[in-house]
Design a protein around this ligand. Structure first.
Ligand code: HEM
Length: 477
């Protein structure tokens, strides 16, 4: 592909091994790879791949131009296809893109972007999580125990949010396989069978469990015993000519979108707050004070309150801490594909020509760490979003027609998780040997994709905290 004159200022990443080298760097350690490219090439550049280019933008102008996409030049089908193929094991062509745009996307939006939909999911999640942590707290008794942080966040979110969304028949014993598949996502990108064998085995077991689950709730014409969202999603899938295994693959890809990033961001929130005593104390005091003043100091009253009745800014410091965590953990947008030749304006006097079929990625991670976007950009400042200073203009959940459809529920899930942990437990960060982790924390895992993954070395020590406001569901007040 020759470059047009308009492309002249739009740099190309030069790799030692043409095509494969840069693409491998991108797949294996997207954050460091892109951050280096940002330093070297600035707000926009392209990586040649076999089928054309991946154009990458990290300037505010470039990202806004692509997110807003007024001319409908980009579609997110390319990103969805990769997720569905690697996680769900389903090869979808354009038909899959239409299925998402026409049937599945609207079902997901109704459930997760409307208060009617969220009112059906959110209180169940809160009460299930309460029960789960109440049992954990009873198991701890008077002892203390350490847990791998990501595993504990994962179990808390995966099990309880899945049951809230898919009903009591959901097979939550799939958790280990789910985490294994997620951890090995970047391995699945490399088509060498032995390299990804254990991830493929985990995926097969997951698909079998999901198929059994669907068989147990599907009556032949409708779904029984599952919340409305699950019913609508499975009915939409049953209306296609996909095999049962491929339908399960699509459900698995949705579950991955729902849980993987939420688990990572929740982990980072705990890491940031537990390693900053002052921030943690302020956020915990805010939680205690609001629960006391608005919910008679009974966390269950808060959990049972419908989503539509809880003010969005009810816990301003916690909300700011979640936004700040998102700012430091989200790295990339979904992959988009240019439907026609289009010019992207990515800074004063800078225009890039993106050709039909080229892929586009928005490198939000570098943008969020730009000192011109917010000061002290590399550091976690829990109250940044309530302090009145400059904050990023773009959301960590992307933008435009393909903005994250789970953004409301994700933030709510994480806030409820943190609130409940502070009510049930005294917590501290420790390493694998149980020694306290203080100033220097292990850096995030390098093999992360769109959202950073906390280091596997970070553990959390829990000690039960007796409190009347966390009374057990079984025992009653
Ligand atoms: C903290 C957790 C989460 C983060 C950081 C996150 C982040 C993102 C990002 C960056 C995108 C791409 C947006 C773009 O390219 O413009 C996205 C897309 C998406 N997310 Fe999330 N997400 C999270 C949780 C969830 C949850 C809980 C769900 C489901 C309930 C969900 C469902 C989706 C869907 C369906 C899309 C594709 C939207 C489309 O292309 O139309 N996400 N997410």
């Amino acid at each position: 592909r020759s470059l047009s004159t308009r492309d002249e200022g739009f740099p190309t990443v030069v790799s030692v091994i043409p095509w494969v080298g840069a693409a491998l760097g991108l797949a294996q350690d997207s954050f460091n790879f892109m951050h280096k490219c940002w330093g070297k090439y600035g707000g926009g550049y392209k990586i040649p791949i076999q089928s054309g280019n991946i154009a990458i933008f990290c300037s505010e102008e470039g990202m806004k131009d692509v997110f807003r996409d007024k001319t409908r030049s980009f579609n997110a089908g390319a990103g969805h296809r990769i997720g569905i193929r690697l996680i769900g094991g389903v090869d979808m062509d354009l038909q899959g893109v239409h299925l998402y745009d026409k049937d599945l996307g609207p079902v997901i939006s109704r459930a997760f972007l409307t208060t009617n939909g969220l009112d059906l999911i959110v209180p169940t999640y809160g009460m299930k999580l309460f029960e789960f942590l109440s049992n954990l707290s009873n198991d701890l008794g008077d002892s203390n125990r350490m847990f791998n942080l990501t595993t504990l966040m994962g179990q808390s979110l995966y099990k309880n949010a899945s049951v809230a969304v898919f009903g009591d028949h959901f097979p939550d014993n799939t958790f280990d396989d789910f985490m294994h598949l997620d951890e090995n996502f970047s391995r699945l990108m490399i088509p060498i069978p032995f390299y990804s064998r254990s991830a493929l085995q985990a995926r097969n077991r997951l698909l079998q469990s999901i198929q059994s689950y669907v068989r147990s709730v599907w009556t032949g014409s409708q779904v029984e015993g599952a919340p409305r969202f699950a019913s609508e999603l499975i009915t939409a899938l049953k209306g296609t000519d996909l095999s049962d295994k491929d339908q399960a693959g699509l459900l698995l890809a949705f579950m991955w979108g729902m849980h993987a990033n939420t688990i990572r961001v929740a982990g980072f929130l705990f890491i940031h707050l537990l390693s900053d005593h002052q921030a943690f104390t302020k956020v915990r005091e805010e939680i205690d004070s609001i629960l006391k003043s608005s919910y008679a100091d009974d966390v269950k009253t808060f959990l049972e309150t419908p989503y539509s009745s809880v003010p969005r800014d009810e816990f301003p410091l916690l909300d700011s801490a979640v936004k700040e965590t998102l700012r430091l953990s989200v790295l990339l947008s979904n992959l988009r594909e240019a439907q026609r030749e289009v010019e992207v304006d990515y800074g004063t006097g800078k225009r890039a020509r993106v050709r039909k079929g080229d892929l586009v990625l928005l490198n939000m991670g570098s943008y969020f760490r730009d000192e011109a976007v917010c000061s002290d950009a590399d550091n976690f400042r829990f109250d940044r979003f309530v302090s009145g200073e400059n904050t990023p203009a773009l959301s960590a959940f992307g933008g435009g027609a393909h903005m994250c459809k789970g953004r409301l529920v994700a933030v709510h899930e994480i806030k409820v998780l943190f609130i409940l942990f502070t009510r049930f437990f005294e917590m501290s960060l420790v390493d694998e040997k149980g020694a306290p982790l203080r100033e220097k924390l292990p850096p995030p895992e390098t093999r992360s994709t769109a959202v950073s993954r906390p280091s596997d070395k970070i553990h959390i020590r829990l000690r039960r905290k007796p409190s009347k406001s966390t009374r057990s569901i079984v025992q009653g007040p």
